[in-house]
Design a protein around this ligand. Structure first.
Ligand SMILES: Cc1cc2nc3c(=O)[nH]c(=O)nc-3n(C[C@H](O)[C@H](O)[C@H](O)COP(=O)(O)OP(=O)(O)OC[C@H]3O[C@@H](n4cnc5c(N)ncnc54)[C@H](O)[C@@H]3O)c2cc1C
Length: 556
């Protein structure tokens, strides 16, 4: 943890060197000693330190300086670090000025020059001041800080990205905490740059303005570029299916890479509590499962490129070549599609416009806390909606589930229905669908169509989370890979029509169970036609497919 700072300011370089030397020799082990020969430069430095979230324990300024005197400096410095102890260095002739400064501008102490010997005239008084400072000192947060506003889609995208990639950060809602002195000081230190939200402040003093996930990813060291151009096995998608395939593949000696568009964990990473995954009787959050799987994969040497998208694919002989979002290419012998599914869009006026500003697709784990004491709407009646409702019920005053049918019975697992029934602040609104979303800068109301009465009801709403099923996004596969009418990838027996192998298939065998119409190109998990949409089945398919990959590679 960074040491708190003692800053001395004096335009006389001899005096400055002397005070710096004495401070360092006595306090250097516990404090960082900084010095500046100009009050203006010292104020700039303080603003930089504020942005880095450093702590300043003591400001020690000479009274007689040409452009700004010591009292003036300490007054301005107090705006930036109000908690720092403030002391003046004065000549005997300035004693009166120092005494009135103590009274008028809350200066804690003044020292007469020269202060020799410091053991008598400096350290005892400073020890006292610093002990006092230590008593109320709370170490500042040492990680990334994100400044933004709750209703800004860009802020939401960034926070969601950081949370899903397990990057710890402190969120500062500059509107909600506008009257907080800490927020005010930060915004002042940023100056005009404070308008360029979201702002990300890093502990090394770097900052990103109007920042987007890709920039932050680079700065925090998430890997987005491949180390080599060829792999035995490349996996598109880092959800449960892709991660399982990577763990099995790499543990059995395959040089393996995963390319993941958003964050490892996939849909499972958005689940607040997975209760039906074998081996975790008390359930575990999707984030936790993803984190464990990533560590396990990396232990076996899997390279994970995230965030990075696969945008195209082609084959050259036995090579399968992926074109990535940044234009680079990766080739491999065996390729696995584990790209899962993405949320279906809710088609109603106002929805697209307010997405990220009160309307969210999926779990919105980062939003749960912001919904404290509010009424939250959850659209959908499947397990994912049920889990989210249970999670929001911990914070929100009331959670209303909008369900098209007359109950949850046909769409949700019984264990979740039981939990919901025993949660008094969850209400089911059956025969209901969203007709319109209203609000200027963020969601304020929704119109709900009640299919039993055919009437539309308009109700206040500040947050709505949509879970209405999902579809694969497989357009980037072009004509190369056979898919069903919804875009799910066909594999194994599904490719055989009247016992005939797929068009262009030249091998003397049928496609393996999880193999597509392209030899060596496999599909697992939710993206596969006919798959069971569960974590365990994705993990199972990912693991099993590796066996077929070994058989395939043995003949390449
Ligand atoms: C909120 C929620 C709760 C759930 N709860 C449960 C539960 O309790 N129990 C259960 O068994 N199942 C649950 N499920 C279902 C389960 O999460 C999925 O079945 C499972 O995650 C599917 O795994 P997958 O690896 O096939 O795909 P996904 O999890 O969808 O992962 C696919 C990954 O591929 C990435 N990707 C897609 N296209 C590209 C591309 N072109 N380039 C690079 N990357 C790409 C995506 O970003 C994504 O991370 C839940 C799902 C949700 C959404």
């Amino acid at each position: 943890m960074a040491k708190p700072i003692l800053l001395s300011v004096d335009d006389d370089s001899d005096v400055l060197r002397a005070i710096e030397r004495d401070l360092r020799s006595h306090y250097g082990a516990e404090y960082r000693v900084l010095a500046s020969d100009s009050p203006q430069a010292a104020l700039d430095l303080l603003r930089q330190l504020k942005l880095r979230n450093d702590n300043v324990a003591l400001l020690l300024a000479d009274q007689r300086m040409p452009k700004m005197d010591g009292v003036g400096f300490l007054q301005e410095a107090r705006e930036v670090f109000p908690g720092a102890k403030r002391a003046l260095l004065t000549a005997y002739a300035d004693t009166n000025a120092a005494i009135s400064a103590i009274n008028e501008v809350s200066i804690n102490y003044f020292f007469l020059k020269p202060w020799d010997p410091p053991e008598q005239h400096l350290y005892p008084q400073l020890d006292d001041l610093l002990d006092d400072w230590q008593a109320s000192y709370r170490p500042a947060f040492q990680g990334i800080r994100v400044l933004g506003t709750r209703w800004s889609p860009r802020s939401y995208e960034l926070r969601d990205f950081l949370a899903r990639n397990h990057v710890p950060y402190q969120w500062i809602d500059v509107e909600l905490t506008a009257s907080d002195p800490e927020t005010k000081q930060l915004l002042e230190a940023l100056g005009p740059e404070a308008a360029k939200l979201p702002v990300v402040l890093f502990p090394d003093g770097a900052k990103l303005l109007e920042s987007v996930p890709a920039q932050v990813a680079q700065k925090v060291g998430l890997r987005t570029r491949a180390q080599t151009s060829f792999y035995d096995l490349a996996i598109v998608g880092g959800g449960p299916a892709g991660l399982a395939a990577a763990v099995y593949g790499a543990s059995e000696g395959l040089h393996t890479v995963i390319i993941e568009r958003e964050a490892p964990g996939g849909q499972a990473g958005m689940s607040s509590r997975i209760e039906n995954y074998l081996g975790f009787p008390a359930g575990l959050s999707g984030g936790d499962l993803a984190r464990r799987a990533v560590v396990q994969a990396q232990r076996f040497g899997v390279e994970i490129l995230s965030p990075q998208e696969v945008a195209g694919i082609r084959t050259e002989g036995s090579y399968r070549i992926l074109k990535l979002g940044d234009g680079s290419e990766i080739s491999c012998h065996a390729l696995m599609l584990a790209s899962g599914v993405q949320w279906r869009r809710l088609e109603a006026p106002g929805i697209d416009r307010l997405q990220g500003a009160g309307i969210y697709y999926g779990g919105g784990a980062t939003e749960a806390l912001s919904c404290k004491g509010e009424i939250v709407y959850v659209v959908g009646g499947a397990n994912s909606a049920g889990q989210a409702a249970m999670n929001f019920a911990k914070y929100a005053e009331r959670v209303v589930m909008l369900v098209r049918g007359d109950s949850l019975a046909s769409t949700m697992s019984q264990y979740l229905i039981d939990q919901i029934e025993h949660t008094p602040n969850i209400q089911i609104w059956a025969h209901a669908s969203v007709a319109e979303a209203h609000g200027e800068t963020h969601l304020e109301e929704i119109s709900v169509l009640c299919s039993d009465t055919n009437k539309i009801e308009r109700v206040p709403a500040s947050a709505m989370f949509i879970f209405i099923g999902a579809l694969p996004r497989t357009d980037w596969l072009g004509d190369l890979v056979e898919r069903d009418e919804h875009g799910f990838v066909l594999t194994g027996p599904d490719l055989l029509w009247n016992g005939k192998r797929p068009k262009g298939w030249t091998l003397e065998r049928d496609p393996f169970l999880l193999e597509t119409n392209i030899p060596g190109l496999f599909a697992v998990g939710d993206v596969r036609h006919g798959s069971v949409k569960r974590v365990a089945s994705g993990v199972g398919e990912g693991s099993v497919a590796v066996q077929f990959i070994h058989q395939y590679l043995s003949k390449v």
